[in-house]
Design a binder for this molecule. Structure first.
Ligand code: NAG
Length: 466
């Protein structure tokens, strides 16, 4: 603490030589006061500029309050956030503010007038993070190791500047930690019944309500949403089903059958720290199809389903006999490209393009289903699939099971809040380099993530705890 204060003081001493008009004018006034006498000098003494972020250590879905103080009134400042991803790529965001009459900026209520976002956006410096200029192409920010936080360095700069462009004077700085895993959450590696997964358990003995967490064809074992669910009091199991070296190969195909997913559900339900009759499933993209299959075509009886931007059928068969399926490249006839050669997978999941025999029997649904649509989804035909689910349930007299959330300007990858959207990202390097389109615009996508996450947690509360 002492050290931090000293370094801020040093920075202020350095800024004494600055000639930016606003700051130097204020200083002239201050020295005028000083000249008037010792008493006045004390009362007009202004401490070194300070940037605070509270709480400095928080879960990724928690809002934090960022404030700059002890600044001259009505002066331009820039607040900047920078962090390195686990792959060591630099991400940054910045915003231009004007200090208030009392020499403060408070990001909870003040408006940005330029930079990565405009207007009052208390968490804009987090969801506004973008790869720094000169970064590798097609980056997408995803947490790999959930046992360490994102460490975000925030700084307060003099004037309205673009960090990285020329010189900027840092007036104050603070570091924040953003966690997916709350203290006491247990992370348990699962390699059982052929399943490759990770189970997260909240602190305490349980038993807990639980979620099975399914992601899309991007593959690998994605843990961060499960870790966050456990931080919010739910046991949560993430499983890999494609693109993981401990699954049967080749890695670019699904080589597990339908029974793999049922086994995963059973394993979770039968865990001694899980309430067997309070297990839900969440899926994004292809994970939606998997979640709907488990709920309608097996003996599993989930208590609720949360479906984000995914289809109700698939040309990729899940066969029980040998567990072998076609690979994703088999669907190229429905791929479309934009002017830059970026590929969109949207049309693959248009209801008319889904093989009829693959469509799940929605009329069998027996639990509440919340479907979340990003209206600018460029990777799945989410609106059309949501419509089809709604119509089918209505025809089966089950409309009461269906809830739709729909977000204009949001893309395919609706994730836990305050993480930045990638409108495009690198999909594959081999056999050829492909950049895929996800859709979504930064600010509306961020608003969708924030709202959807609250409603996801409410939906889980209502269906898994009551
Ligand atoms: C910032 O503004 C918000 C909203 O007006 C207020 O609740 C909060 O107390 C302010 N923060 C500080 C540190 O003054």
């Amino acid at each position: 603490m002492l050290q931090a204060h000293m370094s801020v003081t040093t920075i202020q001493q350095l800024t004494e030589i600055m000639i930016i008009p606003c700051f130097s004018l204020h200083r002239k006034l201050a020295s005028l006061h000083r000249a008037v006498g010792a008493v006045r000098w004390r009362s007009s003494y202004r401490p070194a500029p300070l940037l605070t972020a509270a709480p400095a250590r928080a879960l990724i879905d928690e809002q934090i309050s960022i404030k700059g103080r002890f600044l001259p009134p009505h002066c331009p400042v820039t607040v900047c956030a920078r962090m390195h991803s686990e792959d060591d790529d630099l991400w940054e965001a910045f915003a231009h503010y004007n200090t208030n009459a009392d020499g403060t900026v408070n990001l909870t209520k003040d408006h940005s007038v330029g930079g990565s976002y405009l207007g009052c956006e208390p968490m804009g410096l987090f969801w506004g993070l973008q790869p720094a200029p000169g970064a590798r192409e097609g980056l997408r920010l995803r947490k790999k190791n959930v046992e360490i936080p994102y460490v975000v360095h925030m700084s307060l700069l003099e004037g309205h500047v673009s960090p990285g462009e020329g010189q900027s004077t840092e007036l104050a700085a603070v570091t924040t930690e953003r966690w997916y895993t709350a203290p006491g959450v247990k992370r348990i590696k699962i390699r059982q019944n052929g399943i490759v997964g990770t189970l997260f358990l909240p602190p305490g003995p349980g038993p807990f309500p639980a979620m099975l967490d399914l992601w899309g064809m991007g593959g690998a074992l994605v843990e961060y949403r499960s870790a966050l669910f456990a931080s919010r009091g739910y046991a949560s199991l993430s499983i890999a089903y494609i693109g993981h070296k401990e699954l049967p190969g080749p890695q670019n195909r699904i080589n597990v059958g339908a029974s793999y997913f049922n086994s995963a559900f059973d394993l979770l339900r039968d865990h001694r720290q899980v309430c067997a009759d309070r297990v839900g499933i969440i899926g994004l993209s292809f994970g939606v199809y998997l979640a709907l299959r488990i709920a309608t075509e097996t003996g599993a009886k989930p208590s609720c389903l949360i479906c984000i931007n995914g289809p109700i059928g698939s040309a990729i068969r899940l066969s029980d006999a040998d567990g072998r399926t076609e690979n994703f490249e088999g669907q190229q006839k429905y791929w479309t490209y934009n002017d830059q050669g970026h590929v969109s997978f949207r049309d693959i999941s248009l209801p008319a393009n889904l093989p009829p025999e693959s469509k799940v029997k929605l009329e069998n649904l027996a639990c509440p289903l919340m479907y979340i649509v990003g209206e600018d989804d460029l990777s799945a035909s989410s609106i059309e699939n949501a419509n089809l689910i709604e119509e089918t349930l209505r025809a089966a007299d089950k409309s009461q099971l269906f809830t739709r959330l729909s977000y204009p300007g949001a893309g395919h990858l609706i994730e836990p809040p305050y993480s930045p959207n990638s409108r495009i990202s690198l999909w594959s390097v081999k056999p050829k380099k492909l950049i895929t389109l996800w859709g979504g615009h930064l600010a509306p996508h961020a608003a969708a993530q924030e709202d959807a996450w609250k409603k996801i947690l409410d939906f889980m509360e209502n269906n898994l705890r009551r």
